[in-house]
Structures are given as structure tokens and as C-alpha cells.
Design a protein around this ligand. Structure first.
Ligand SMILES: Nc1ncnc2c1ncn2[C@@H]1O[C@H](COP(=O)(O)OP(=O)(O)OP(=O)(O)O)[C@@H](O)[C@H]1O
Length: 239
């Protein structure tokens, strides 16, 4: 397996209280991995640790390129090809769609590449193309999620991390957003790590599924297989 992202023995937490205990996880390059688990399982903590908002107290986090992310400051992550779509979406509601997107590509020195990426983003997200001049606060929940995704893609990441993209969205809109992730994976070979409460949707879109329980990985399998494992669903996912 080619690692898009590899975690080895990662332990992390808040203050002296560990939340994640020796996490080993390999996200295959060009695939979508969903991390699911009950409330408090440690999903958000895992994402915070990969993105450098929290420092692991043990273990390592590496990209497939070999780049060691373990001590990379959060603001440097984007330069190493790591982009986060945060929970609550992080769209700047006072700015227009286009201004938000341009912010995502701001750090890139190559202005022509950034302009090309903007065109590409509008091709991918047709609803955003129609609402270029609309302010963030005028958008629907689904459009905001699309904008957050588009903004992250403006950085041309190799690894995209998403925190609860379905939060507050109608099932149809969730399916549309998650369908876009699949298209992106197919078109660009993007590696995706997805944290979701919505287990069914997540395992439908993902190639691989990981179940987290009390800060430990208790299952790591093909997503379709996990979705069919009734015992596992009852024990760890509550349905
Ligand atoms: N900032 C914090 N300080 C201290 N403890 C925290 C903090 N954030 C989370 N925790 C604790 O870490 C554990 C894991 O929380 P985390 O938010 O990572 O879980 P989660 O799986 O994302 O759950 P949820 O879906 O409810 O957000 C919980 O016991 C939580 O109380």
C-alpha cells in the first residue's frame, strides 16, 4: 500500500490526559478513508493531531512523500500539501464566494496556477460559479460546504481532511457533497481523510473505513465490509 498518510503509534491528548492511544493508520494514496465512531471516540482529536493543532506525545505522522508532519506548525501544513475543511466550514461570511476562494490560493506564488485553479474550481462546483459575487452569508448550507471544499482545493492539496462535512445538511445535499469527493478522488488522485458522525453516508462514499473507540482503532477494513458488519455497528456505532 502506498501511504498517502501514515500514522505510527500516535498518542495525543489535552494536557496530561491522553485521548488517542497508539494510533496506527495508513491512508492509501488516491483513496477516501472515513473515520467513524461514537461521540467522544477521539475523531476530532485525530484530525487536530494530523493538522498540527495538537502535538502527539508519541509516534509519527508522515505523508506518502516521506515528509514528516509530526512537528510541522499548523500554518505550514498547506505548503506541505495538507488542507483542512473544518467543522462549521470556516467560510468567511462577509466575503464573496470568489474572495473566499482566492484566499484559499493566496499562499501560492504562481499566480497563473492559482488563476487556473480558480477556473477549475468553478468547473467542479457549478453552483459556486453561478454565485461568484454572493456573500458567504447568502449561501445555503450546502453551498457553504461546497465553498469550504473549493477553498481547500485552491491550495492544490495532496491530502484533504474533512471534519463532519454532513453536519446540518439535508441527506440529499450530503450525498451531493460526498459524491463530489469521489469525483475529486477519481479526477485528481486526491487522498481524503474524512471524519463523520453520519456513518452510513461516510461508509458509502469511502473506500476504507476505520472505527475509533475510546481513542483506539477497533476495526480497519474496506468501507463496504464495515457497513455490513452488524455486530460492529451495534457495539461501537449505536445502530
Ligand atoms: N479541548 C479539549 N480539552 C480537553 N478534553 C477534550 C478537548 N476536546 C475534546 N476533549 C475530550 O477528548 C475526548 C475525545 O473528543 P473528540 O472531540 O476528539 O471526540 P469525537 O469522536 O470527535 O466526538 P464528537 O463527535 O462528539 O466531537 C472526549 O473525551 C473529550 O471530552
Amino acid at each position: 500500500m502506498t501511504g498517502g498518510l501514515v500514522l505510527e503509534g500516535v498518542t495525543a491528548g489535552y494536557g496530561s490526559v491522553p485521548v488517542l492511544h497508539g494510533i496506527n493508520l495508513s491512508v492509501e494514496k488516491g483513496s477516501i478513508t472515513a473515520v467513524v465512531g461514537a461521540n467522544g471516540a477521539g475523531k476530532t482529536t485525530l484530525l487536530r493531531t494530523v493538522t498540527g493543532q495538537l502535538r502527539p506525545t508519541a509516534g509519527s505522522i508522515r505523508l506518502g512523500t516521506g515528509k514528516d508532519l509530526t512537528r510541522v506548525p499548523v500554518e505550514e501544513m498547506v505548503r506541505h500539501g495538507v488542507a483542512l475543511v473544518p467543522e462549521g466550514r470556516g467560510v468567511i461570511t462577509e466575503l464573496t464566494v470568489e474572495e473566499n476562494l482566492r484566499l484559499g490560493g493566496l499562499w501560492r506564488k504562481d499566480r497563473r496556477a492559482a488563476a487556473a485553479m480558480l477556473t477549475r474550481t468553478y468547473e467542479l462546483f457549478e453552483p459556486l460559479d453561478r454565485r461568484r459575487k454572493a456573500a458567504g452569508h447568502q449561501l445555503s448550507g450546502g453551498e457553504r460546504q461546497m465553498l469550504a471544499l473549493g477553498r481547500a482545493l485552491m491550495a492544490a492539496p495532496a491530502l484533504l481532511l474533512l471534519d463532519e462535512p454532513s453536519l446540518g445538511l439535508a441527506p440529499k445535499v450530503t450525498a451531493q457533497i460526498l459524491g463530489m469527493l469521489r469525483r475529486l478522488r477519481d479526477d485528481t488522485g486526491l487522498t481524503v481523510l474524512l471524519i463523520e458522525q453520519n456513518v452510513r453516508s461516510a461508509l458509502t462514499v469511502a473506500d476504507h473505513g476505520v472505527v475509533l473507540n475510546l481513542g483506539r482503532i477497533v476495526a480497519s477494513r474496506a468501507a463496504a465490509e464495515l457497513a455490513e458488519d452488524t455486530d460492529l455497528r451495534h457495539t461501537y456505532l449505536g445502530f
